[in-house]
Design a protein around this ligand. Structure first.
Ligand SMILES: Nc1nc2c(c(=O)[nH]1)N[C@H]1C(S)=C(S)[C@@H](COP(=O)(O)OP(=O)(O)OC[C@H]3O[C@@H](n4cnc5c(=O)[nH]c(N)nc54)[C@H](O)[C@@H]3O)O[C@H]1N2
Ligand SMILES: Nc1nc2c(c(=O)[nH]1)N[C@H]1C(S)=C(S)[C@@H](COP(=O)(O)OP(=O)(O)OC[C@H]3O[C@@H](n4cnc5c(=O)[nH]c(N)nc54)[C@H](O)[C@@H]3O)O[C@H]1N2
Ligand SMILES: [Mo]
Length: 763
């Protein structure tokens, strides 16, 4: 039997703190995954479902975007993948009775954890203007309401169409097609908050905003640098790949303000040694960088490479033949030779940087992997560009075992972008769309996430539609954002699970329940599958097998197709009905519009899928403005801390998936039964008079003099870098001003928020 959702809320947030762990996975990971799975699904369904994750005839894990590799184990799952599956395959249900029982105002008082634990949504629900409760509606009524509001807008640009990264290629392609036929490029997505900085940095420097390595490259590398990423929690299957790379002789440098257990030592549950023995030590050199110090660190390494007496320190033929801007970059790098500043920015010693240099020089093939630790700072784009400079200097791109490896988050976030979910589409993409479908797509750029919030706030956007995700909880400046969303005429969420965005609504609101990855998708032409693209540009099929969570659920492609027919009506020559009946017809069209998808249906029949083209990786061709790989010479920046302040990063605990909270523990960091904790270096804590176990408010200070407060956090003395604190998202989103974003990518700078810690206000 599956367990019941917790009855009480607020859920007791009473953190208990022990020692952080020094290794990840092993047996405890399996036990923990099984416990959470059985609570949601019961024993039998747990066994049946978990065996199908990432199998060749199964569904793609809805967890992260790490690739699968060709040889699959019977249990090709990780603890957190299992939790993601359990969350979707749960037997708990949120039915119309639930909504009759709970007023929306009451639900808005509940925690996100409680909302998520209630189970799967089963019926389309409607909140009428002025109503206190959601009531059931038919699908037709729901599409009529959306149609009515969209038709009433003065311009299509008053509508916003958000996407989270679990949406399949087929659904994403239809969704952007519908938005553009309707007349807008307002297609913000979670990527705007995630790897946008990577996309921006890479497009300018190497000509394509995606990573340049395949899984096999990791096994050929001499050196793998993992910067700003916590794979033990967020990409656990990456640890298996790192273990294999080490077995082949690779060295690993970890760059992180926190000593993350998963990067220290990995106990592979698929091997006896991993289950019972000590596991594998992964990191050879740990550089405990300060938050935002990576650009200074890579610049220092580059400067040392430029000055190195070794004849092979630089790959001169590569630089001559394939790159542009070397001289200017080299001049800038040689000039930024203030070591005091480098050590202040990075928090490292000269010896540590020299050790790293030694490993870099000893490596013929180097890969740099990164995630949110590099992308969510004000200077993220120049930081990632400095990583590119670093790789270009030694020709570490476009050959086996070397390259850039931005590790994506959501399981199909990369695919959604490939399908055209982007507020700034390339003209060539729009031309292809126009040619294939015979309408003139809008050419003006649309809103990204932050611009969409401003437009809602200022009354310029009036209808908000979300294909998945949890917009109000995932975005910054919670109070501002919630007020902005409440100004909308209509908010619509295509969702699997209840979340905060369903209870912070526009004047009218709709919840449209949809199938998840794990579920059978039956349409007019028979059983359907969908496709996804992983972090390394491999496309493959995903096929759900479970009975849908309710008879009323529609698939995402079906919802978009029906909405499009209702809104566009006779004006549209697009065969929406065919698309819904047979997804192969969608793939045919994708094949006509998007390079790399030619003969899509035939190629995706291969169970291993196929690789999308990547000019730098495949042919050392760089489709940039200069036709070469570009060195860049940005000035070095790093966050400056006023006296008595700390720099806060907002990150994930081990028991969450973004805004979905699975539980209240963060096992590897030694924290149990609570999320309102702030990790502070003991020296900082002493200086600020903050005893371990004391309670404090987090107060962020912004340039315009405004302040934002997150009350009641337990102080945890933790070995984080000096001056750098950490606390979980989404609780801390209230602290991040809407305008605090990365230059040029506009990603909220969620990893560098200046805060002071203040004793709680007494009432
Ligand atoms: N189980 C689980 N899996 C997930 C997710 C989840 O929430 N749960 N989320 C998915 C998504 S959408 C994403 S984007 C990824 C996120 O994957 P990660 O990027 O690993 O996620 P974060 O928890 O934000 O961790 C950021 C890491 O970077 C470090 N860091 C922070 N600032 C800096 C810095 O300035 N420099 C350096 N060098 N390091 C820094 C932090 O200490 C931490 O180790 O995971 C995906 N997978
Ligand atoms: N402060 C701070 N803020 C951050 C971050 C941070 O590190 N710090 N990270 C940012 C990052 S990297 C990201 S990616 C965003 C995440 O932002 P989002 O992608 O918007 O948020 P999620 O929490 O992943 O969305 C969860 C919801 O998606 C729905 N869902 C799940 N599966 C499906 C499905 O198959 N179909 C549909 N239609 N719906 C589904 C469920 O209803 C669930 O409640 O948050 C960003 N916000
Ligand atoms: Mo993400």
């Amino acid at each position: 039997m599956a367990g019941k959702p917790p009855a009480s809320d607020p859920i007791q947030d009473a953190p208990e703190v022990g020692e952080p762990e020094h290794s990840a996975v092993g047996l405890p990971a399996i036990t923990h995954a099984l416990r959470i799975s059985q609570q949601q699904m019961g024993v039998r369904r747990t066994a049946l479902t978990l065996l199908r994750v990432n199998q060749k005839n199964g569904f793609d894990c809805p967890g992260c975007a790490w690739p699968d590799g060709d040889k699959r184990h019977t249990a090709e799952f990780c603890e957190n993948g299992a939790k993601a599956v359990a969350e979707e395959a749960t037997l708990r249900r949120v039915t119309p009775d639930f909504f009759a029982e709970h007023a929306v105002a009451d639900l808005a008082e509940r925690s996100g954890y409680w909302l998520g634990q209630q189970g799967r949504l089963t019926h389309p629900m409607y909140l009428a203007e002025g109503a206190t409760h959601y009531t059931p509606v038919s699908w037709q009524q729901a599409f009529d309401i959306i149609g009515e509001e969209l038709t009433a807008l003065a311009s299509p640009d008053e509508a916003v169409f958000y996407t989270s990264g679990r949406t399949s290629n087929e659904a994403a392609f239809l969704y952007q097609l519908f938005a553009r036929e309707y007349g807008t490029n307002n297609l913000p997505d979670c990527s705007n908050m995630c790897h946008e900085s990577s996309g921006t940095a890479l497009t300018e420097t190497i000509g394509i905003g995606k990573g340049s390595v395949h899984l096999e490259d990791l096994y050929k590398a001499d050196l793998i640098i993992v910067a700003g990423q916590n794979p033990g929690t967020n990409h656990p299957r990456m640890l298996t790949a790192l273990e294999k790379a080490k077995a082949g002789g690779a060295k690993i440098i970890s760059i992180n303000p926190l000593p993350e257990a998963g990067l220290e030592r990995f106990k592979n549950p698929q091997t006896p040694r991993g289950l019972a023995g000590g596991g594998t030590a992964l990191t050879d050199l740990f550089l405990q960088v300060r938050l935002g110090g990576d650009q200074a660190l890579f610049r220092a390494l580059n400067r040392l490479l430029l000055a190195s007496p070794a004849d092979d320190a630089l790959d001169e033929p590569f630089i001559r033949e394939h790159t542009h801007g070397f001289e200017e970059f080299a001049r800038a790098a040689r000039e930024s030779d203030d070591w005091d500043e480098t050590l202040r920015a990075t928090g490292l010693t000269r010896e540590e940087i020299d050790s790293a240099l030694g490993m870099v020089l000893a490596s013929r093939r180097t890969i740099v992997c990164w995630a949110m630790g590099l992308t969510q700072h004000k200077h993220s784009v120049p930081t990632i560009q400095e990583v590119v400079n670093f790789l270009l200097l030694r020709g570490n791109i476009g050959r086996p075992g070397a390259g850039v490896c931005p590790v994506r988050g959501h399981s199909n976030v990369q695919g959604d972008r490939t399908m055209g979910i982007f507020e700034r589409p390339a003209p060539a993409f729009l031309d292809a769309l126009e040619k294939e479908f015979g309408f003139a797509p809008p050419r003006e750029h649309g809103y990204d996430v932050v611009a969409a919030i401003r437009a809602l706030r200022d009354g310029q956007a009036k209808v908000f539609v979300a294909m998945g995700g949890n917009f109000v909880a995932a975005t910054p400046d919670t109070d501002v954002t919630e007020a902005a969303v409440r100004r909308a005429r209509l908010t619509v969420h295509v969702s699997t699970k209840l979340n905060r965005s369903h209870v912070v609504t526009g004047a009218r609101a709709l919840i449209l329940p949809t199938l998840g990855r794990t579920e059978r998708d039956l349409q007019g032409s028979g059983e359907q599958f969908v496709t996804v693209e992983d972090s390394m540009g491999m496309v493959h099929a995903s096929r759900g097998r479970l009975e849908p969570a309710g008879a009323q659920l529609l698939s995402e492609p079906a919802i978009v197709a029906r909405l499009a027919r209702r809104v566009l009506g006779q004006d549209s020559a697009t065969p929406w009905e065919d698309f819904e009946r047979d997804y192969a017809t969608i793939r045919d069209r994708i094949g006509h519009v998007i390079p790399g998808f030619e003969n899509f249906n035939a190629r995706v029949a291969d169970p291993s899928g196929f690789a999308l083209p990547h000019a730098p990786r495949d042919d050392r061709r760089f489709p940039t403005a200069t036709g070469k790989a570009n060195f860049t010479a940005a000035p070095v920046e790093y966050p400056h801390l006023p006296d008595g302040r700390l720099l806060l990063q907002t990150l994930r605990s081990h028991d969450q998936y973004n805004t979905t909270i699975y539980g209240l523990d963060d096992r590897y960091r030694g924290i149990k039964n609570g999320r309102r904790v702030v990790l502070v270096n003991p020296d900082d804590a002493d200086r600020l008079g903050l005893a371990d176990g004391s309670y404090t408010d987090l107060v962020s200070e912004w340039m315009d003099g405004s302040e934002r407060r997150a009350p009641g956090f337990r102080v945890v003395h933790y070995p984080t870098a000096r001056g750098c604190a950490a606390a979980y998202y989404p609780e801390t989103n209230v602290l991040i001003p809407l305008d605090h974003t990365a230059d040029t990518s506009n990603t909220p700078a969620a990893k560098s928020v200046v805060i002071r810690l203040e004793r709680p206000h007494q009432d």
